[in-house]
Write a protein that binds this ligand. Structure first.
Ligand SMILES: [Zn+2]
Ligand SMILES: [Zn+2]
Length: 371
């Protein structure tokens, strides 16, 4: 089974049959949205409350993809309560991006085989392919053997969503917003702003994570793959734009690892954990993240000016060791402080942080000399 599946995976996606349902839907919905929008504006007076309806559905369906389909089901970066799972599965279906079972299967293969022909949305095939073209064709293999998703196949909630996916699409993706629109005074307005127009917008914003986030931005932690970090893309994608970090540390529930990084998905998961709806939020140790970042900066410097690098390599190595040591010390002190709340420990943490900032400034000024 495994062999036949792998063999089938090698069939070129463009050689597979077109999936006409997807083709008509993905090309039809943007035009239909615009046509309906004009019809609505002709027939009715625009009710500004529909902007809120749009934003609410935009938020709940998008976060169900990024917080649910992606960070919970595909990567298991935390555990969710049953009501939260139900929320993700219902509104994830309303985003019309497949059942989570198949979405996560595709996505795990994307990470496992990133940038190769086994990657379903291989970014090396260009922006058009990774953004949308890959969805226009039927799968390269006929049947999924769910080898990458045995955990999900055992989850009755997930299997329930998979079984009733199209019913949930109709009810949650179109029915619910239309019903809300009815109570707001316009069924057409509800269908457009909470339904079809919102689906088009959320589709393309999520698609950006596979296309532009593998193309534009910086390779902060690794250049082993095409994934990039970009705060602009993060703004558009519920925080998923820190994609280089994500590919380097996919087990972390955060994508924007700094507190100042725009990552609404991370904040949503945090709020859920405060409400008792999410537990076991996984974070990669900060010294591990730091090590990757510093190693990448050294690598870039070496490529940009090898002669200069040779003169500063030793001092950079020393600084790197020191920075990682201080980072580890801060971590240990923080854990101790959590247990004892001792004032002396707080002072030690403050001092260690100051020492860290100084060493980092030294590191940066050494590197800056080369440019
Ligand atoms: Zn991922
Ligand atoms: Zn990716």
């Amino acid at each position: 089974m495994k062999n036949s599946r792998d063999q089938n995976l090698f069939i070129d996606r463009y050689a597979a049959e077109l999936d006409w349902v997807n083709v008509l839907f993905l090309f039809g919905t943007p035009f239909l949205s615009i046509a309906l929008l004009f019809t609505y504006l002709q027939l009715e007076t625009f009710n500004p409350h529909f902007i809120w309806l749009f934003l609410s559905f935009y938020f709940v369906t998008g976060i169900s993809i990024t917080g649910g389909y992606h960070r919970l089901y595909s990567h298991r970066t935390y555990k969710a309560s049953k009501p939260l799972e139900l929320f993700y599965l219902l509104f994830g279906a309303a985003a019309l991006q497949n059942s989570v079972l198949f979405w996560a299967d595709d996505h795990r293969r994307h990470h496992l085989y990133v940038d190769t022909e086994k990657d379903p949305y291989n970014a090396r095939r260009g922006l058009w392919f990774s953004h949308m073209a890959w969805i226009l064709y039927k799968d390269s293999y006929k049947e999924r053997d769910i080898a990458t998703i045995p955990d999900l196949a055992k989850n009755p909630f997930v299997m329930w969503q998979h079984k009733y996916y199209w019913l949930l699409v109709v009810l949650m993706g179109f029915g619910l917003p239309t019903l809300v629109g009815y109570f707001m005074g316009s069924t057409l307005g509800g269908f457009i702003f909470g339904g079809i127009l919102r689906i088009v917008v959320v589709h393309h914003l999520v698609f950006l994570i596979n296309s532009l986030a593998h193309y534009w931005g910086s390779q902060t932690y690794s250049d082993d793959n095409t994934a990039r970090d970009s705060s602009l893309i993060a703004l558009l994608t519920y925080g998923e734009g820190y994609h280089n970090f994500h590919h380097a540390f996919e087990a972390d529930y955060r994508n924007g690892v700094g507190w100042f990084n725009w990552d609404p998905t991370k904040w949503f998961i945090l709020i859920m954990s405060k409400l008792g709806m999410a537990t076991d939020l996984r974070r990669i140790n900060e010294s591990v993240i730091l090590r990757a970042r510093l190693a990448m900066e050294k690598k870039r410097l070496k490529a940009a000016s090898p002669d200069f690098f040779a003169t500063v390599a030793e001092s950079l190595d020393r600084l790197q060791i020191r920075l990682i040591e201080i980072r580890q010390r801060i971590n240990t002190l923080k854990v101790e402080y959590k247990n004892f709340k001792d004032n002396q420990l707080r002072i030690e943490i403050r001092n260690a942080k100051r020492e860290f900032r100084l060493a980092l400034a030294q590191w940066r000024s050494t590197i800056a000399m080369a440019y």
